[in-house]
Ligand binder design. Structure first.
Ligand code: NAP
Ligand code: GLV
Ligand code: GLV
Length: 317
C-alpha cells in the first residue's frame, strides 16, 4: 500500500509507515505544493498525509481513487472538506493533544511579550536608540491581577488558563459548553461572548475555524471590547476580520495585538505591519522538535491503523 505526504515531516513518523511495509512518497520540494501537485501525488495511493497549508477540497479528495484515509498533520482540520471525505467513505484523522502545552506556551509568550512590549524594546536596542532606564519609558500593562478572557476553552484554551492561574490572573471563558473541572482547577468563570468581550483585559482566541467562527471577531465584537485591550490569536487567522482589526488599530482601540496566525497566510496584510503594537509570529504554535515528532508519530500510527482495518485513535470523520 502507498502513502503520499505533501511535505517532509519528522522521520519518526515515516519510519512507522515504512516498518509496516508501506511505500511512502514525500513531495520532493521544500514548499507548499499546488493543488495539481497534490492531485498528481495521490492518484494511486491509499493514504494522504496533508498539512494545514494544503486545501484538501472535493476535487482533490475525489481524485484519490484508492484513497482510504487522510491524516492531517495538525489539530485544526478546517483545510479539509470533511463532508466530501465522509461521503466518499474516506476517514480523516488529526493530531490532537500532543501540541496542546506547546501551543499554550507560545500563546503565553505572546501574552507576556504584548503586555510588556518586549519586541518594541528589542527594536529600540537594535536601532541603538536606548538612552537609559527612565521612569516613563516603554510602560506596559500588568499581567498579574488582570483579567484573561479565553474564547474557546478546549484543550489549548484550558492549558492557557492553567498558566494564567500561575500568573495570578482572573479568568473568564466563553465556549459552547461549561467546563466544571477547568473551573475547579483555575477559578475560571463561564460567561457569554458579550461578557467576555466587555470584561477582558487580555483576550485570547482558541476556537477552531468553522462556519460559525469565521470572522467571529469583527466590528461589533471589537467595539464591545475594553479600550486598551490586548488581543491574542493563536487559533486561525480567519476567526478575526482583519479589515475590522486594522480599522480599530487606526482608532487606537488596542494596547497591543499579538498574532501567530493571520488571514491569507503566509502573506501578511501590510497594514498590520505599520503598527508598533502589532506583534506577529509565523504560525509557530506547535513548533518544537519534540512536539513535531509526536505529531508525526500519532498521525502516521493512525493512518496505519486505518489501512490495517482498525479504528484510529484520533478520528475526525
Ligand atoms: P479543541 O480542544 O477542540 O478546543 C476548541 C474549543 O473551542 C472547544 O472547547 C469548543 O467548545 C470551542 N468552540 C468550538 N466552536 C465554538 C464556537 N462557535 N463558540 C465558542 N466556542 C467554540 O481544540 P484545540 O486542540 O484546543 O485547538 C484549538 C485550535 O487551535 C485548533 O482548531 C487550531 O485551529 C488551533 N491551533 C493553532 C496552532 C498554532 O500553531 N498556532 C497549534 C495548534 C492548534 P466546547 O468544548 O464547549 O464544545
Ligand atoms: C496548527 O495550527 C494546528 O492546527 O495543529
Ligand atoms: C529596576 O531595575 C529596579 O531595581 O527597580
Amino acid at each position: 500500500m502507498k502513502v503520499f505526504i505533501t511535505r517532509k515531516i519528522p522521520e519518526e513518523g515515516i519510519k512507522i509507515l515504512e516498518d509496516a511495509g508501506l511505500e511512502v512518497s514525500v513531495f520532493s520540494d521544500d514548499r507548499i505544493p499546488s493543488k495539481g501537485e497534490i492531485i498528481n501525488g495521490i492518484k494511486n495511493v491509499d493514504a494522504l498525509i496533508s498539512l494545514l497549508t494544503d486545501p484538501i477540497d472535493c476535487d482533490v479528495i475525489e481524485s484519490g481513487k484508492k484513497l482510504k484515509v487522510i491524516g492531517n498533520y495538525a489539530v485544526g482540520y478546517n483545510n479539509i472538506d470533511l463532508k466530501c471525505a465522509k461521503r466518499r467513505g474516506i476517514k480523516v484523522v488529526n493530531t490532537p493533544g500532543v501540541l496542546t502545552e506547546t501551543t499554550a506556551d507560545l500563546t503565553f509568550a505572546l501574552i507576556l511579550a504584548a503586555s510588556r512590549r518586549i519586541v518594541e524594546g528589542y527594536d529600540i536596542i537594535r536601532k541603538g536608540e536606548f538612552k537609559g532606564w527612565a521612569p516613563l519609558f516603554l510602560l506596559g500593562k500588568e499581567v498579574y491581577g488582570s483579567t484573561l478572557g479565553i474564547l474557546g476553552a478546549g484543550r489549548i484554551g484550558q492549558a492557557v488558563g492553567r498558566r494564567a492561574k500561575g500568573f495570578g490572573m482572573r479568568i473568564l471563558y466563553s465556549s459552547r459548553s461549561k467546563k466544571p473541572q477547568f473551573e475547579k482547577e483555575t477559578n475560571a468563570k463561564f460567561v457569554s461572548l458579550d461578557e467576555l468581550l466587555r470584561n477582558s483585559d487580555i483576550l485570547t482566541i482558541h476556537v477552531p475555524l468553522t462556519n460559525e467562527t469565521y470572522h467571529l471577531i469583527s466590528d461589533e465584537e471589537i467595539k464591545m471590547m475594553k479600550d486598551g485591550v490586548i488581543l491574542v490569536n493563536t487559533a486561525r487567522g480567519e476567526i478575526i476580520d482583519e479589515k475590522a482589526l486594522v480599522k480599530f488599530l487606526h482608532r487606537g482601540k488596542f494596547f497591543a495585538v499579538a498574532l501567530d496566525v493571520f488571514e491569507n497566510e503566509p502573506n501578511v496584510n501590510p497594514e498590520l505591519l505599520k503598527f508598533n503594537n502589532v506583534l506577529i509570529t509565523p504560525h509557530i504554535g506547535s513548533a518544537t522538535e519534540k512536539t513535531r515528532k509526536k505529531m508525526a508519530e500519532i498521525v502516521c500510527a493512525d493512518v496505519l491503523r486505518v489501512l490495517k482495518g482498525e479504528e484510529p485513535l484520533h478520528r475526525v470523520v
